[in-house]
Design a protein. Structure first.
Length: 125
């Protein structure tokens, strides 16, 4: 299983189980893999949007993840609310773009996982 990334408008830090609006309207939380995040932002948000990236540890999820076929390839859909201990960090999209090579991709990326956890609950620009 690969690490998951969820884009959202900048807002208060998730508290408790994280359940964005798409969970009630579409039945799942949209996510991307590390190398697809920037393209997802470009495709699904207006230019200049203030966005942040929720970094999700798939080992800590207690809900299913299904990979949907899309024109860009498989995209993960999280079918339930995300427990707070599965959220490794929340970083601005600008920080993510700089730090992307060091962010975790495969679960075995221990060095990258350590880097994500050291970013803390929220990075400041």
């Amino acid at each position: 299983m690969r690490w998951l990334y969820h884009l959202r408008p900048v807002g208060p830090a998730p508290q408790g189980r994280y359940a964005p609006a798409s969970l009630s309207t579409e039945g799942f939380v949209h996510a991307s893999y590390r190398d697809d995040v920037v393209e997802s932002a470009r495709l699904h948000f207006p230019p200049g949007s203030a966005l942040e990236v929720v970094v999700i540890d798939p080992h800590r999820l207690d809900v299913p993840v299904q990979v949907a076929a899309t024109p860009r390839g498989g995209m993960p859909h999280i079918h339930g609310s995300i427990p707070d201990d599965a959220i490794a960090s929340v970083v601005s999209l600008a920080t993510f773009e700089v730090e992307r090579p060091t962010m975790p991709d495969e679960v075995g990326d221990l060095m990258a996982a350590d880097r994500a956890s050291r970013l803390g609950a929220r990075a400041s620009d």
